[in-house]
Each structure stands twice: as structure tokens, then as C-alpha cells.
Design a protein around this ligand. Structure first.
Ligand SMILES: NC(=O)C1=CN([C@@H]2O[C@H](COP(=O)(O)OP(=O)(O)OC[C@H]3O[C@@H](n4cnc5c(N)ncnc54)[C@H](O)[C@@H]3O)[C@@H](O)[C@H]2O)C=CC1
Ligand SMILES: O=C(O)C(=O)COP(=O)(O)O
Length: 391
């Protein structure tokens, strides 16, 4: 069995080797493949092909993927948690230092100098670039996930007083956060207390415009806002007013829109937070492993729209179903299997919202019987995707 994969956006080739020999990458069937491996390509305007079973986002944010449509079509969407977190952490630490000392403007100015007396001009002009130090300053981190937790710990190590806010922090990540990071339960405490604020949350209806007028109104003066998460987390109109009134000293973001460009107190990078050789390799490796595992075994790990399901396959065949989460569905599935004279060696059914994933391991070596059962499942209104996996 050869599976087909279509890649978008420069996925690291070495990482893709994780797929192994059972996958054809960007071959002739790439317009209706089994899986996509993707980075930031916006899929919201495109239809997902009928054969598609999985999308792996080689990275963290999945707001470029139509998750609800994918779920309804039985497409499992994965990401690669933490695989590019160190890259973003380093970019944010660099940005913090860039705001404290205006190195970019200082470098630009120095490059304008001419003549034999450049050293003299430097000494005369450098006072305009006197900065401040980050030691002892307050640093707020909104979102203490893979990136935020790393940044909070390192900002503390750099001598900053660190506040962290994340009402949904996972237990796993919470264990990794230094006890020196002061966890607050109200985001307002970040806005009122911090000289530097960085945000590391997914873009959702809840997080959109986290930095709005009400947020800026709570801040003191000369606050640096760092946004390597998504542009829409900041209300730009409110930001411009906050810059005008001296509330915001500098806005550093990885997400450019035209209104942000060529402004004195705004520094825009071209979405390069995760663009390091190491992060691109890590993401591609994790995406490749995830897709391979899902296609070859049916197991789900690191999905954003279906629950984790792990179960070694010990029976001759496994049928995987993506089904609507309706009452009595497991009983109905089991009955259909027994009506076909097949024994179930193991069944797992896990739901998330309106849909569920079912692994059916069958004590049946007759491929034709298994195919007939799968065809019956295909015909059911409550089942949106059926796959047969042979041990
Ligand atoms: N600039 C770049 O190249 C990159 C940007 N990103 C962006 O950064 C985001 C975060 O990435 P990771 O830390 O890897 O993800 P993550 O999933 O490990 O962490 C996100 C954290 O945000 C928290 N959160 C969710 N809603 C929240 C809310 N309303 N208030 C406070 N916290 C909330 C979650 O509990 C979680 O701990 C991604 O979703 C993506 O948008 C990620 C990687 C690279
Ligand atoms: O992982 C993320 O969420 C990112 O924003 C990284 O995007 P990229 O894969 O570098 O286009």
C-alpha cells in the first residue's frame, strides 16, 4: 500500500524521510492525496479533496486550516506541539533586547555616516541611542504553552520579574514553569504591572483583539508589546492610539499588515519566528512521524480536532471509523460487525464534540469479509470516513 502526500510551504526534506518508503510525496496523485503536510498556507478558501484523511500542520498554529470543515469531512488535523518553540523563544528574547536598546535604528544611523571622522561622529551622536536594561523590569507572558513557558523561564533567568497568565495551562507545561514565575488569574494584572508583554496563544474568537482599547487603558507608560503569535490578537487602531499617548513604547510583531509598516515605534518581521533550520527540521520530522503513524496504524497523536487514540494492532485487520457522535452508535457498530459474522478483538471509541473516532480490531483474516463490512459502514449516514488497515 502506497499512501500519497501533498506538501505546502517548503517542508524540510530530511524531516519528510520519516514517512518512509510507503509514501509518495508530491507525486502524480497529489491533487487528491491521503494527507497534506503544510505550514502557513491558507486553506480556508480551498475545498478539501475527497480522498484526504489527514492534515499535519508542521508548526503550532492551525488557524490557517478550516478545522470544522475538516472534521465534518472526517479529516484528522494534527500539529507539532513544541517543535518550533525554542526558535520563537529566541526571537522573543531578541525582541525584548531590541526594544530595550534601539539597535536597529542605531545601526541604520551609523550606516549613514561618511568621511574620515566617522569615529568622531559616532561619539558625538551616540547619545540619541542610549537605552535601558531589562534587568529588574517586569515581563508579562500571556499563554504559558510550549513557547510562553520557555520564555517565562528564560526572562526570569535574565533577571526580570515575570508574570504569567494562562487559564487553560496544561499540567504537563505547568510542571516546567519556574516557581519564580508569578502566575496570575486575571489578565488585567499583566496589563497593569508589566513593562514588557508578550503573547503566545492560538488565535481564536476568544483571543482575537486581546490587546484592545480596554487593555491599553490599563497599562502604564512605555510598555513594549511583543506579538509573535498572530496579528489579529492586537487591535491595530487601539495600538496606534496607545503609541500616540506614550502608553506603548514599541510594538514588535512577526505579522505585518500595511498599516504597521514604516512606523517609528513599530518593528515588523516577516513571520520568521519559527524559521530556523532546527525548528523546520523538528516540525517536519514530527509531522512525518504523525502522518505515518496515523496512515499505517490508525493511531491519533497530537490532533487538534480528534482525541488521542493509541492501541497496538494485534488482530489481522483494523477498521477505523470517523463517526457522528450520536447515541448508541458504538452498540450499532458492534451489532453490524457481529451481523457480518466477525468477532471484535478490541474496540475503542473516543469522542470530541459532534464527532468520534472508532478503532475496530477484527479477529478476521478474510479480506473480502472485512471489505464487505467496511462497505456497509461507508453506506451509513452516521459514518463519514472508513479505512481498512491490514496488520
Ligand atoms: N511566529 C511564528 O513563527 C510562530 C507563531 N506561533 C503562534 O504561537 C501560538 C502558541 O504556540 P505554542 O506555545 O507552541 O502553543 P501551545 O498550544 O503550546 O500554547 C498555547 C497556550 O495558550 C493558552 N491559551 C489558550 N487560550 C488562552 C487565553 N484565552 N488566555 C491565555 N492563554 C490561553 C493555552 O492554554 C496554551 O497553554 C500558536 O498558536 C501560533 O499562533 C507558533 C509557532 C511559531
Ligand atoms: O507554527 C506556527 O504557528 C507558525 O506560525 C510558524 O509558521 P511557519 O511554519 O514558519 O510558516
Amino acid at each position: 500500500m502506497v499512501y500519497t502526500v501533498k506538501t505546502y510551504n517548503n517542508i524540510n526534506k530530511i524531516g519528510l524521510r520519516e514517512l518512509g518508503n510507503g509514501f509518495q510525496i508530491d507525486g502524480e496523485l497529489k491533487e487528491n492525496p491521503d494527507a497534506y503536510i503544510i505550514r502557513s498556507e491558507n486553506l480556508h478558501e480551498t475545498e478539501l479533496p475527497s480522498n484526504l484523511k489527514a492534515i499535519a500542520r508542521a508548526g503550532a498554529g492551525t488557524n490557517n486550516i478550516p478545522i470544522d470543515a475538516a472534521t465534518a469531512q472526517g479529516v484528522v488535523v494534527f500539529n507539532t506541539p513544541g517543535a518550533n518553540a525554542n526558535a520563537v523563544k529566541e526571537a522573543v528574547i531578541a525582541s525584548t533586547l531590541l526594544s530595550a536598546r534601539d539597535y536597529i535604528a542605531a545601526n541604520k544611523w551609523t550606516n549613514t555616516l561618511t568621511g574620515d571622522d566617522v569615529p568622531k561622529q559616532v561619539e558625538a551622536g551616540k547619545k540619541q541611542f542610549a537605552g535601558s536594561e531589562i534587568l529588574g523590569k517586569t515581563f508579562g507572558v500571556i499563554g504559558l504553552g510550549a513557547i510562553g513557558a520557555r520564555i517565562a523561564n528564560d526572562a526570569y533567568r535574565l533577571g526580570m520579574k515575570v508574570y504569567g497568565y494562562d487559564p487553560y495551562v496544561s499540567i504537563e507545561t505547568a510542571w516546567n514553569i519556574s516557581s519564580h514565575v508569578r502566575r496570575v488569574n486575571d489578565i488585567k494584572e499583566i496589563f497593569t504591572n508589566c513593562d514588557y508583554i508578550t503573547i503566545h496563544v492560538p488565535l481564536t474568537d476568544e483571543t482575537k483583539n486581546t490587546f484592545d482599547r480596554a487593555a491599553f487603558d490599563l497599562m502604564g507608560k512605555d510598555v513594549t508589546i511583543i506579538n509573535f503569535a498572530r496579528g489579529e490578537l492586537v487591535d491595530n487602531a487601539a495600538l496606534f492610539d496607545a503609541i500616540e499617548t506614550g502608553v506603548v513604547k514599541r510594538y514588535i510583531t512577526d505579522f505585518g499588515t500595511e498599516d504597521l509598516l514604516n512606523k517609528d515605534k513599530i518593528t515588523v518581521f516577516p513571520h520568521v519566528g519559527g524559521s530556523t533550520a532546527e525548528a523546520e527540521l523538528n516540525c517536519a520530522i514530527m509531522a512525518g512521524q504523525t502522518i505515518r503513524r496515523f496512515m499505517e496504524t490508525g493511531e491519533i497523536v497530537n490532533s487538534v480536532n480528534f482525541p488521542n487514540v493509541k492501541q497496538a494492532l494485534s488482530a489481522p485487520f483494523r477498521i477505523t471509523l470517523i463517526n457522528k457522535n450520536v447515541p448508541n452508535i458504538v452498540a450499532r457498530i458492534s451489532t453490524r460487525v457481529s451481523d457480518n459474522g466477525i468477532n471484535i478483538s478490541n474496540i475503542i471509541n473516543r469522542s470530541k464534540g459532534d464527532f468520534a473516532y472508532t478503532l475496530l480490531d477484527l479477529d478476521e483474516a478474510d479480506a473480502a469479509k472485512v471489505q464487505a463490512l467496511a462497505d456497509e459502514f461507508e453506506a451509513s449516514d452516521n459514518i463519514v470516513k472508513v479505512r481498512i488497515i491490514k496488520k
